[in-house]
Write a protein of this length. Structure first.
Length: 357
């Protein structure tokens, strides 16, 4: 079946439908990873978004039971240049098309994803619509497209109850803002005992489990919308060692009176170079975010930039001078992407041991 992708600026692409038929409106973003489409699909940070894969052939190794980062796909739609219907991989249990159909996700293939990416880089992230309606008329949908907003995405993806993972080592309270499972696995692999808390958990409830450290996960949306979590982090600052990733990085900065702003088209992919300023080494990182911390808003007496993006110079990490807290914008847990920065989990464990009470 034929399908169209229409952007809010009036640009229309014609292609072919895969996944389910129908219509969906979302924020159109692009991911520059050459692989890892299954982890991308199941990353809660993509809640409310329609993801374009810039690599032209997608689905060639199918879908398996291992490479999932949450319980289901989180994207609203999926855009590819060429869909592979005959995957070749010993772990594959179904095709990407079958997987999206089973999870009620719409996709479009056969469009010029290079042109689409260039438009988004030039004009910035835009809202858009994928539709299989043969009578589709853009002028009838433009107001609905432009009015689209992602409402409370963190509360859509966070856990609804506390989840306990047993371990023999340090106890970590992990605030779930839209967590990827490999964050939990990275802690468990280091022997940690993990309590996963909802995004709206109160500081006193988190401290009640007597954690050795507190983590804030990745997640979707505008960090300024996370008012409750920002308040909680303010109350937790200095009480326990803390480590924040992605949205957790931004929320921690907001809790310390810094500011955030939306990037033109965000950082999404598993090939972003980031420099660790203390080590004087550059790593390739996995990233998925649309916001960044405003450097001029930092309290330089308390906060120092620890990592920097080598493509555009934006802040990729902050260390707090007066409390045992550090945060990064990228994903040290990878999934997908390189594991170059997994050392940050080791640094968090070292910090917890140092301040263990």
């Amino acid at each position: 079946m034929k399908a169209i992708l229409a952007l809010e600026d009036g640009t229309i692409f014609q292609g072919e439908n895969f996944g389910i038929e129908g219509e969906v409106i979302g924020e159109i973003v692009f991911n520059t990873g050459m692989t890892g489409y299954q982890e991308v699909l199941t990353d809660p940070s993509y809640c409310g978004q329609v993801v374009t894969m810039t690599y032209p052939l997608i689905g060639n190794y199918g879908v398996n039971l291992d490479d999932i980062e949450s319980s289901k796909p989180q994207v609203k739609g999926f855009i590819v240049r060429e869909l592979c219907d005959n995957p070749s991989n010993w772990r594959s249990i179904e095709t990407l098309n079958q997987y999206l159909k089973r999870n009620n996700i719409i996709g479009i293939q056969g469009i010029d994803t290079r042109q689409l990416t260039k438009i988004l880089r030039d004009k910035g992230t835009m809202r858009g619509i994928i539709s299989t309606d043969p009578e589709f008329k853009f002028e009838e949908k433009i107001d609905e497209i432009k009015a689209y907003v992602i409402k409370d995405p963190v509360m859509c993806v966070t856990t609804k109850e506390v989840i306990h993972y047993k371990g023999d080592g340090l106890r970590v309270a992990l605030i779930d803002l839209g967590i990827k499972q490999n964050i939990i696995r990275s802690l468990l692999n280091r022997g940690c005992e993990v309590y996963v808390f909802p995004a709206n958990a109160r500081a006193e409830d988190i401290l009640a489990v007597n954690p050795d450290g507190i983590m804030l996960s990745n997640g979707p949306g505008d960090p300024k919308d996370c008012v409750e979590t920002i308040k909680t982090v303010k109350e937790l600052m200095g009480k326990k060692p803390m480590f924040g990733i992605c949205l957790g990085h931004q929320i921690t900065a907001l809790a310390n009176n810094a500011d955030t702003e939306k990037l033109k088209y965000g950082h999404r992919g598993c090939n972003h170079p980031v420099k660790d300023l203390e080590k004087d080494l550059t790593y390739i990182t996995s990233q998925n975010h649309g916001y960044t911390i405003v450097e001029s808003s930092l309290d330089k007496t308390r906060m120092e930039v620890s990592h920097r993006n080598m493509n555009d110079g934006t802040i990729e990490g902050i260390r707090y001078k007066d409390v045992p807290v550090f945060t990064v914008q990228f994903h040290p847990e990878a999934s997908p992407g390189p594991k170059d920065t997994g050392y940050l989990f080791d640094e968090f464990v070292e910090m917890m041991n140092k301040y263990k009470m």
